[in-house]
Design a protein around this ligand. Structure first.
Ligand code: CDM
Ligand code: ATP
Length: 299
């Protein structure tokens, strides 16, 4: 018997970042949109907890107990006083260390899968609490759709979205460490007054209307200057997508994946082709959002 769960990647259509808190984290106004790029997590009863991974980036995924999927299984097992002895298999399509919440997706997926396999009957609130302990992005990977995250990004309010938005994503040749990007944000902001992060009303209205032009005018990412400072070549990728007709071009979360909002699938194909031809990125993918959160696909 095994359970398979499908979990989406995310792009941050707004990422407003406040000053560093005493605990080292930053308060955020984080507007998440789940997009149709997925990891699939399968859990099967086993002699002991073990993790395997397949996919283009599999060699970069830790297979020990630091893997977020393993940590999720352990956290749920501890809460229910049982052993976490499962084989967790990750079919990985979300780029690793790409700013698209790949590890977080696997954490949320393993949690939902183990919950179903073990029949723990945990409430949604309990699962979200465990997600928040695992990482700031993990609760959103569970709920999907679109949501505003405040605090570290873990306190979510679901958002209404009036249509589907089309995106092109350019994956870079190497990853960026999320803590390093936040540290660079702190360094670049030294000596300046950093305002409280707030969600943009224009952006929320654009999402609610499903209006890509209005969304393009409102997207923002306060981590982008820090990501570009650590990875200057991304500027060329952003310029290539803009020149090919993207309505907006931005770094996804902490990067280095770059995200291009486009009007329709035809425009997506043109932008994807230009990015591929430019040789400024490793892989190019198209996807649309919102996409549903962690979903059991086989039980
Ligand atoms: C950049 C984003 O992906 C945007 O959605 C998230 O804010 C990062 O979420 P995540 O990868 O789940 O991050 P966590 O595992 O919670 O934290 C990793 C590290 O990122 C930094 N971090 C993360 C979230 C936050 N609100 N402030 C931070 O400063 C901290 O250095 C932390 O040690
Ligand atoms: N299941 C997992 N998949 C990928 N990386 C994992 C996983 N578990 C732990 N990690 C570790 O987490 C690091 C960050 O990987 P991840 O793919 O989650 O980054 P990310 O997508 O940039 O995250 P975010 O967008 O949430 O900031 C990796 O370099 C790896 O060492």
């Amino acid at each position: 018997m095994s359970v398979t769960v499908r979990v989406p990647a995310k792009v941050n259509v707004q990422l407003a970042v406040g000053a560093a808190r005493p605990d080292g984290f930053h308060d955020l106004a984080n507007v998440f949109l789940a997009v149709g790029l997925h990891d699939e997590i399968t859990v099967t009863p086993a002699e002991e907890l073990r993790v395997t991974c397949e996919g283009p980036d599999a060699d970069q995924v830790p297979l020990d107990r630091t893997n977020l999927a393993a940590r999720a299984a352990i956290a749920l097992a501890e809460r229910y006083g049982r052993s976490p002895d499962v084989h967790v298999h990750i079919a990985k399509d979300i780029p690793v260390a790409g700013g698209m919440a790949g590890g977080s997706a696997d954490g949320a997926g393993a949690l939902v899968a183990c919950d179903a396999l073990w029949g723990t009957g945990a409430s949604r609130e309990e699962l979200l609490e465990i997600c928040a302990e695992l990482g700031s992005d993990v609760p959103f990977s569970l709920v999907g759709g679109a949501a505003l995250g405040v605090g570290r990004g873990e306190r979510l309010t679901p958002l209404e979205v009036g249509g589907s938005f089309h995106w092109v994503f350019a994956m870079a040749g190497r990853g960026l460490s999320t803590p390093a990007v936040f540290r660079e944000f702190d360094r670049l902001g030294e000596g300046t007054d950093i305002p409280e992060p707030v969600a943009s009303q224009e952006l929320l209205d654009a999402l609610a209307k499903g209006d890509p032009d209005a969304l393009a005018a409102a997207v923002s990412n306060d981590l982008q200057p820090a990501a570009l400072s650590l990875f200057p070549e991304l500027a060329g990728t952003l310029a290539t997508g803009r020149a090919a007709g993207a309505l907006a071009a931005l770094v996804s979360g902490s990067g280095p994946t770059t995200a291009f909002l486009v009007r329709d699938p035809e425009s997506a194909a043109a932008v994807a082709q230009a990015l591929t031809a430019s040789g400024t990125c490793r892989t190019v993918r198209t996807a649309s959002g919102p996409a549903p959160g962690a979903t059991v696909t086989r039980h």
